[in-house]
Design a protein around this ligand. Structure first.
Ligand code: FES
Length: 164
């Protein structure tokens, strides 16, 4: 025979289940926020080859790759003010300096940088560090310069080569 007390206990049990799954969700969300805050350096980017339009080594210490600027993925790099992240490298086509290639990894905590055409610099959205096109720190909290690579376009403007 079921007593009133047993019924209540089941109600309490269900309530406590609800509470604990809400708590679990809170932890899950916290974890998600933390993992997207940019402190990881090992983004799961395809790092070698880079798929259609790119050939060579696009990550690690021996960066050496070519980009087919006639490929639809990269043809926008023919427009001044645009940029692309290829493997570990950010390639930008600037109005003043032509093609530049620098490490995409913010030296503060590893966030992927972006090129800002108006300021003509690289910017980190995590904590607002700024880098010049030579890789020098213009604004902290980053204190270490970015690695800069050599970027040169072929005479016909259809192939870009990036090397250490
Ligand atoms: S990760 Fe902190 S400024 Fe870039």
């Amino acid at each position: 025979m079921k007593t009133k007390e047993e019924t209540m206990k089941r109600g309490e049990f269900l309530r406590s289940l609800g509470l604990s799954s809400a708590t679990l969700m809170a932890f899950y969300c916290l974890g998600t926020t933390m993992s997207s805050c940019g402190s990881k350096q090992d983004d799961p980017d395809p790092s070698t080859g880079g798929g259609s339009g790119v050939s060579g080594t696009t990550s690690g210490n021996n960066i050496n790759f070519t980009v087919d600027l006639t490929n639809s993925t990269y043809s926008k790099l023919k427009t001044a003010g645009s940029f692309e992240v290829i493997g570990d490298v950010l390639v930008a086509f600037t109005s003043s300096n032509g093609y530049v290639a620098l490490s995409k990894i913010c030296t503060h905590e590893g966030t992927t940088l972006r090129y800002r055409s108006q300021q003509n610099d690289l910017f980190c959205s995590s904590h607002s560090s700024e880098f010049s096109l030579t890789g020098a720190v213009e604004q902290g909290p980053a204190t270490t310069a970015l690695k800069a690579y050599k970027a040169s376009a072929s005479a016909d403007g259809n192939t870009l080569t990036v090397t250490v």
